[in-house]
Design a protein around this ligand. Structure first.
Ligand SMILES: [Zn+2]
Length: 353
């Protein structure tokens, strides 16, 4: 943290304002360090050529990137490294001398000078400089990531508590608080799903203990946590893995797996290492469909004169399409509507027809 403070210095006042407004806050992205990490992942292979995938995004967030690279260099977070260089020191010096440029500095400095200042660009082909993180830069990234993860896990645990307490209004306002804090998160890590009306309905169903689709008797502690994990899938997908591991560390997943094996429908949840993901997907789709169904029925109730004839099941993409073909249910056939999903890989959804 000292590193971050020194480098990007958040004032005490800002921190105080944050903590006054929200007891537990989601960490803020540090876009400069995100940029530094992007350099680590996809090094810039020429001094003037950025990665076309993220360059426009970081320019949008940070403005011109060259001054930031200079700052990173000055602070010793990155260094210019020369890859596959063909020119040796005496040759570099000779070129500099011919161009009336200083011949001081180590090989990388000499090469950079040739690259930057010599007018004859035919030398560039022999110099492939790229920015490389120094150990200090790598440590900075690691500290940032560790701290970010720690803070986000705390935040998510807090959110999980709110879901269990059925305190959806605070959960929602926290969620929107994060979204407000991170208007730029798209394409950095795409953190948030919306907390729209359907999400709200899904969370409500989860927090009000509406039954799972699977008929198994899980230990109550696991049931609670499963509800939270489904809720988090609805809201925040990319942090899911870390959060899940931390959150389930007191649960005996072997036991859960053997209970799951006894489900009366003999649904296949995959192998022991992987079943949880499938279970959460399956139950999430169930709650999502229940919410959608409720929305549709509510719509029907309010618009009795609408031209919709009933509910259809959209089933392109899972084996239900072959098995059941087109599935349409008029309003007086709703008793026959199957419960979704029908099997673990089913991705069918209800829709107005
Ligand atoms: Zn299906």
């Amino acid at each position: 943290m000292n590193f971050l403070k020194r480098f990007f210095g958040k004032t005490v006042k800002e921190e105080k304002e944050d903590s006054d407004a929200f007891k537990i806050s989601f960490p803020k992205f540090n876009y400069e360090l995100e940029f530094l990490e992007a350099l680590e992942k996809t090094p810039i292979h020429k001094l003037l050529g950025y990665n076309p995938y993220w360059e426009p995004r970081f320019k949008e967030l940070l403005g011109e990137l060259n001054p930031i690279l200079d700052k990173f260099l000055t602070q010793g977070l990155i260094e210019i490294s020369l890859k596959e260089e063909v020119l040796k020191v005496p040759e570099l010096k000779k070129i500099l001398k011919e161009n009336n440029l200083p011949q001081t500095g180590n090989k990388e400095i000499l090469a950079k000078r040739v690259f930057d200042e010599v007018e004859d660009k035919s030398y560039d082909i022999h110099l492939i400089p790229f920015y490389k993180l120094t150990p200090k830069g790598k440590e900075g990234i690691k500290n940032y990531r560790d701290e970010f993860l720690k803070q986000s896990l705390n935040f998510l645990k807090h959110q999980a508590e709110l879901l269990l307490e059925n305190n959806l209004s605070v959960l929602e306002s926290n969620h929107f608080h994060i979204r407000g804090q991170h208007p730029d998160q798209r394409s950095l890590s795409g953190i948030m799903n919306s907390f729209g009306e359907r999400s709200n309905l899904v969370l409500k169903k989860l927090s009000q203990n509406e039954p799972f689709r699977i008929q198994c008797k899980f230990p109550i502690e696991f049931e609670k946590k499963l509800r939270v994990l489904i809720g988090f899938r609805e809201m925040i997908i990319p942090f899911f893995e870390e959060f899940k591991n931390e959150y389930l560390k007191d649960i005996d997943l072997n036991e859960i797996y053997s209970i799951l094996k006894t489900n009366p429908e003999i649904l296949d949840f995959g192998d022991k290492d992987d079943f949880l993901k499938t279970l959460i997907h399956f139950e999430h789709l169930h709650f999502w469909n229940q919410a959608k169904l409720e929305e549709i029925l509510e719509f029907k109730r309010r618009h009795s004169d609408s031209k919709f004839e009933g509910i259809q099941i959209l089933n392109s993409g899972c084996k239900c399409h072959e098995e059941f073909g087109e599935e349409k249910y008029t309003w007086d056939q709703l008793d026959h509507l199957p419960t979704l999903p029908r099997f673990t890989k089913c991705i069918c959804i209800y829709n107005l027809m």
